[in-house]
Design a binder for this molecule. Structure first.
Ligand code: GDD
Ligand code: MN
Length: 851
């Protein structure tokens, strides 16, 4: 189809023209250690060109200057000598592998966008960067965009002129500026949800993970291919990087009035395309989708109530019909309205059956509800003497919940994917979609606007609350942090390594969504929510002393400050000191240190309490343990959260009756379900930290120091001799390989940080020379080394009885049934109780379970 200027150089299998000998793609890391490890990028930079001869040399020179090896693909629609110039300059492009895909006149479908799409179809690398040839897009940024995307696990990285220190200064003339901003506004008006999160959907500079795109959904027409990508892939995990658009180096812009028309055309076509010809997507029920449907259904229902009441009023009070007849007719009117709304708007995706079929079921359902409603209505009007309109409303509300469930399941068969929907490749879930969160993620590569970092008001100098977490960090704080109470310290003249202050952070404006900005100059992270300075915002500076500033709103909830800001940070600060904060409990039996790891809300705390009370274990941690690479561990006694299940491990005399009463409410809110609800909520565009802070202030989490709950000895450190991974499930257990154990421990640690904005914060953390990828690599190393001689067992029980199981395993070692191996470590043999489900032969069981 294209004239490909083949000059056969081993690249024929790609159907592209190598312009010159490139690098020989060796794939392994290049043997460096520490932070200097260069993580090789699998990248092609696609550059659409049309008559750009005079820009090629400078462009390739600057691309090559990065020193990184990657592919460059020119998709060329030129009538001048651009392709020859590319070939000429490629020779000097060093480690770059440069190729040209020339489209001869007559085969230049789609213009600029068509060229980009043709390029994307031709490349095989996992990342693609699209950029202009005229040096308006700084070539040095190309590799960085892709690297940021890869390191932050994004699908799409947009270089934006309208975020942070970005600027559109290179646009010539006020006219172009106005046009640029106007088109963005217009496009966002047309696609408020899909384009809303992106500040610069018109950008021609972006990096994208090739597999995240469904290229067949794209039908580009001229400029603005990014806009179409965003519209067609609403679930992409997108982030933005600021950039300053330079002026064109040579030649002239191909933007024209004709392009403007093509853009308008495209916008209309896209909008119609998504309303009239919806793309069938996965029918699998995501909780967010479900919540969104409940809300949409609720709103539609509300409009239905208005329509129904209006119709009833017209028919009954104005028209003089009997109220029961009027109510029956009003239901037909509102049902029609609701059906249109439901079918066209709420359940927009692939639907089973025909329109008429669904309509019939819908009306049937509403009329069944009507039959149930009429007697209730009559009762209210005749007996309770309630006004007809009010009575009607009451009965409507009563059937609302029932109707939603029925519509959901009976007509639209939610939760039951239709076979077609499940198998067509188009409907396979987009990778990364599960992570989508409404918090905007921005990386600002420019010098930060000072107002973001320094508040107008001077902050407190004196930090009255001081904590020293051995070998992790010292913290000086303006607010008391109850979680760190055990580490309270008094010292004078000592500088804290982490300083936490309260002050205004963020700007004064309202925002459509929360945003996490990673600043690079100076290194910092800024989180800001919807309500400007009134929001639950925070800023962390990473240069020198780590300085955290939390907004007054957030400061009023120290628990949120600790869990969602400080603890996330401590985890990585620890790694930078060579220790790991492992999400795990830790106790000691007669010098036998033992870690207990589990997913959040499994039952670690209850198990630890029982081990301490019933088996005399000594306490180090119930949630987080300081792990050294030599296998020794340090204590981290945070106040324990008493959830519904943990309550069973506490004895009644240990709390006052008032505390017990409070605990019932507290443990209901701060339960597994409560947390799950909060995480669900966090997928919506809400100021989640502020909500969390309010909720925690209203109902503080039930937290008690361990020695407040039971007599207990806290010890500072021990050596780990065994590790148990506890799970809920049928009785089972067995040895776990070292690799598997490390994987489980890391995943359990990650599981503890599900709450936003950790996902946006953690990649913004830079400590010294280490970015977050490097920090995570080091964290894994520490863990691997620490666990290298520790036997690991999985213990699964259905009834929270891990404590007796673990105690028996340990005791068994003590009476010679187990043993001590050559390394001096205990080998444990797992025993399960008497009856074990089929397929799990009992591994030996004797004696009653100690209670
Ligand atoms: N292959 C091909 N085919 N390339 C084209 C075509 C075409 O029909 N038209 C333009 N190009 C190339 C140009 O050679 C240049 O490398 C790049 O696409 C951008 O074209 P310009 O003519 O420089 O456009 P611009 O600077 O006015 O617009 C740029 O900025 C806009 C934002 O203000 C582009 O990046 C737009 O996509 C972007 O929206
Ligand atoms: Mn340009």
């Amino acid at each position: 189809m294209f004239d490909m200027n083949l000059n056969g150089n081993g690249q024929a299998e790609r159907g592209l023209t190598p312009a010159v000998n490139g690098h020989n793609g060796h794939n392994e890391l290049n043997g460096l250690s520490g932070h200097a490890v260069r993580r090789r990028l699998d990248l092609t930079v696609i550059i659409p060109t049309r008559n750009e001869t005079d820009n090629i040399s400078a462009l390739l020179g600057r691309l090559a200057a990065s020193g990184d090896p990657f592919d460059v693909l020119f998709v060329d629609d030129s009538d001048d000598s651009t392709p020859d110039e590319v070939r000429r300059c490629a020779a000097a492009a060093g480690q770059l592998r440069v190729q040209v895909l020339h489209r001869p006149a007559g085969e230049r479908g789609g213009g600029l966008g068509g060229a980009v799409l043709a390029g994307m179809r031709a490349v095989r690398t996992s990342w693609v960067v699209v950029m202009d040839a005229d040096l308006q897009h700084p070539p040095e940024l190309a590799v960085r965009l892709a690297a940021i995307g890869r390191d932050r696990e994004a699908d799409l990285v947009v270089a934006s002129r309208y975020v942070g220190s970005g600027a559109a200064s290179g646009l010539d003339g006020r006219m172009r500026h106005a046009v640029s901003e106007g088109t963005i506004r217009l496009a966002k008006l047309v696609f408020p949800i899909r384009l809303g999160p992106c500040s610069d959907p018109m950008s021609g500079f972006f990096a994208v993970r090739r597999d995240a795109l469904k290229l067949d959904t794209l039908t580009p027409n001229g400029f603005k291919i990014l806009m179409e990508i965003l519209v067609r892939h609403p679930k992409l995990r997108m982030l933005e990087v600021s950039f300053v658009m330079a002026s064109r180096l040579a030649g002239e812009s191909k933007a024209s009035q004709k392009e403007g028309l093509r853009f308008a055309n495209k916008l209309v076509a896209l909008r119609l395309g998504t309303v009239v010809r919806p793309i069938a997507r996965s029918a699998a029920v995501a909780p967010t989708a479900w919540l969104a449907r409940v809300l949409a259904f609720g709103l539609a229902g509300l409009s239905g109530l208005v329509v129904n009441t209006g119709a009833l009023w017209m028919l009954n009070e104005s028209g003089g019909l009997h109220y029961l007849l009027a109510a029956a007719l009003a239901t037909q009117v509102s049902s029609s309205w609701l059906f249109l709304l439901t079918d066209a708007v709420i359940f927009r995706r692939a639907k089973p059956g025909t329109l008429a079929g669904r309509a019939a079921k819908f009306f049937l359902l509403n009329n069944v509800a009507l039959v149930a409603r009429l007697p209730a209505l009559a009762l209210l009007v005749e007996v309770a003497k309630v006004n007809v309109l009010v009575a009607n409303l009451v009965t409507l509300l009563a059937v609302f919940a029932v109707r939603f469930a029925a519509t959901d399941v009976l007509i639209y068969r939610r939760g039951v994917p239709t076979p077609a929907a499940a198998t067509s490749p188009e409907n396979r879930p987009v990778p990364g979609a599960a992570h989508r969160q409404p918090i905007r993620e921005v990386v600002d590569l420019g010098t930060a606007d000072a107002s973001v970092l320094t508040s107008s008001r001077p902050l407190a100098r004196y930090l009255p609350y001081r904590y020293v977490i051995p070998e992790v960090a010292s913290v000086g704080s303006q607010i008391e942090l109850p979680e760190l109470d055990y580490f309270r310290a008094q010292w004078l003249g000592n500088e804290a390594e982490i300083e936490l202050r309260v002050g205004p952070t963020g700007d004064r404006r309202l925002h459509r969504r929360a945003q996490m900005t990673q600043l690079t100059e100076p290194p910092a992270a800024c989180y800001q929510e919807h309500f400007g300075r009134l929001g639950a915002n925070f800023t962390i500076r990473f240069d020198g002393t780590i300085q955290i500033v939390v907004s007054p709103r957030l400061a009023r909830s120290p628990h949120v400050v600790y869990t969602n800001v400080l603890e996330a940070l401590l985890r990585f600060v620890a790694v930078s000191r060579g220790v790991m904060l492992l999400h795990s409990a830790c106790v000691e039996f007669d010098g036998h240190g033992m870690l207990i790891s589990a997913r959040t809300d499994t039952g670690k705390t209850g198990t630890v309490l029982r081990l301490v009370r019933e088996y005399g274990a000594r306490f180090l941690a119930d949630d987080m343990t300081i792990v050294h690479s030599d296998g020794t561990v340090g204590c981290f006694p945070k106040p324990l959260t008493i959830s519904r299940h943990t309550v069973q491990a506490i004895e009644s005399h240990e709390l006052t009756s008032k505390e017990w009463r409070r605990l019932r409410v507290q443990s209901a809110i701060h339960s597994k379900e409560g947390r799950e609800f909060a995480i669900l909520l966090s997928r919506l565009n809400v100021p989640i930290m502020a909500i969390n802070a309010y909720a925690q202030r209203l109902v503080p989490p039930p937290k008690y120091a361990v020695d407040r709950l039971l007599p207990c000895q806290v010890i500072r450190e021990t050596t780990v001799r065994s590790l148990f991974i506890i799970e809920r499930g049928p009785f089972s257990g067995g040895e776990v390989s070292h690799d598997e154990a490390v994987r489980l421990l890391l995943s359990n640690t990650e599981d503890a940080y599900q709450f936003p904005p950790f996902r946006q914060l953690s990649p913004s953390i830079v400590l010294g020379a280490d970015d977050h990828v490097e920090l995570r690599r080091k964290e894994e190393q520490i863990l691997r080394s620490a666990m290298s001689h520790v036997p690991v067992r999985r213990v699964s029980t259905p009834d929270f009885s891990w404590a007796p199981e673990i105690a028996r395993l340990v005791a068994r070692n003590g009476n010679g049934n187990g043993g001590v191996n050559v390394n001096g470590h205990v080998t444990v043999a797992l025993m399960t109780r008497g009856h074990v489900p089929d397929g799990h032969p009992p591994i030996g069981s004797n004696g009653p379970v100690p209670r």
